[in-house]
Design a protein around this ligand. Structure first.
Ligand SMILES: Nc1nc2c(ncn2[C@@H]2O[C@H](COP(=O)(O)OP(=O)(O)OP(=O)(O)O)[C@@H](O)[C@H]2O)c(=O)[nH]1
Ligand SMILES: [Mg+2]
Length: 260
């Protein structure tokens, strides 16, 4: 039978097998002892080369203090943690998404029939998902301040997460739906007890309130010292204004504590 041979098969170089040996490939000096099957005496180590002097330590050019961002002379903005809290389906995830300058991190899960009778987003709602852990977004207010926004889950059964999410926060925006005030008590209670500066933001679904602000304050027993604002969770500028009130409140608290 004729043998089959690939026409592209490389022709052995002159020297036959030796040309394809480990020595030829990897550079081991080929000598009489390098024949296959023969033990090769270890090569005599070359005398160590003199160690080069270590490079001089790095010194930044005069007048350019290195910063975290690497931009000379520019200090990074101060990070401030703000909580976006509130009852079930009041618009917390919408609030974070409306203002975040990064694609917000969300943990939405489909609402299933198991939640019927437990999770009631109201008759007007077209809501099909719910937050099962947290929302996260951020927004730079100016060169000196950057807000990191943490949205809480709204369902009562995830209430145990609020303590962890609130740790290190400077303030909170408690979102309220004026048509479902009974879902909003626990959030107000939480922040009253936590002693964290907070602002209540009534999300005007479709621009309308079911009750005016004074009635909301009365119904939720919100103290006079707590700012109450109306905003639209879908509007970036409206959310920004509400967050600025939270910052004001946090600053006021910090100043009071410093002066005390
Ligand atoms: N028309 C109108 N719909 C809104 C507004 N804010 C939120 N929604 C809708 O209301 C539903 C609930 O909003 P979400 O932002 O998911 O509410 P949430 O508070 O994060 O809900 P949970 O995390 O499940 O507690 C969604 O279908 C939103 O599209 C608003 O201002 N107007
Ligand atoms: Mg949510």
């Amino acid at each position: 039978m004729d043998s089959v041979r690939s026409p592209e098969w490389p022709v052995p170089a002159a020297g036959g097998l030796a040309a394809n040996s480990a020595a030829a490939r990897y550079g081991t000096p080929a000598g009489p002892g390098s024949a296959p099957g023969r033990a090769v005496p270890p090569p005599v180590p070359a005398p160590p080369a003199p160690t080069p002097a270590p490079p001089p330590p790095y010194r930044p050019p005069a007048g350019s203090a290195p910063t975290v961002t690497g931009t000379p002379g520019r200090t990074p903005p101060i990070p401030v943690k703000i909580l976006i809290a509130g009852g079930f389906g009041v618009g917390k995830t919408t609030t974070v998404g409306a203002i975040s300058e990064i694609a917000p991190l969300t943990t939405e899960a489909e609402m299933t029939s198991a939640g019927i009778g437990v999770d009631d987003p109201g008759v007007r709602s077209t809501k099909t998902t719910t937050t099962v852990a947290m929302d996260f977004g951020c927004v730079t207010i100016d060169r000196s301040l950057k807000l990191y926004l943490f949205g809480t889950p709204g369902q009562a059964r995830f209430g145990f997460m609020w303590d962890d999410l609130a740790r290190g926060a400077l303030g909170a925006l408690v979102v309220v739906d004026s048509a479902r005030l009974d879902d909003c008590y626990p959030a107000i209670d939480f922040f009253e007890r936590a002693g964290l500066p907070f602002v209540v933001g009534v999300n005007a679904f479709d621009g309308r309130l079911a009750h005016d602000l004074a009635s909301v304050r009365w119904a939720l027993a919100i103290g006079d010292h707590v700012p109450l604002v109306q905003f639209d969770a879908r509007e970036r500028l409206s959310v920004r204004d509400a967050l600025l009130v939270v910052l004001d409140r946090a600053l006021e608290r910090a100043t009071r504590e410093r002066d005390a």
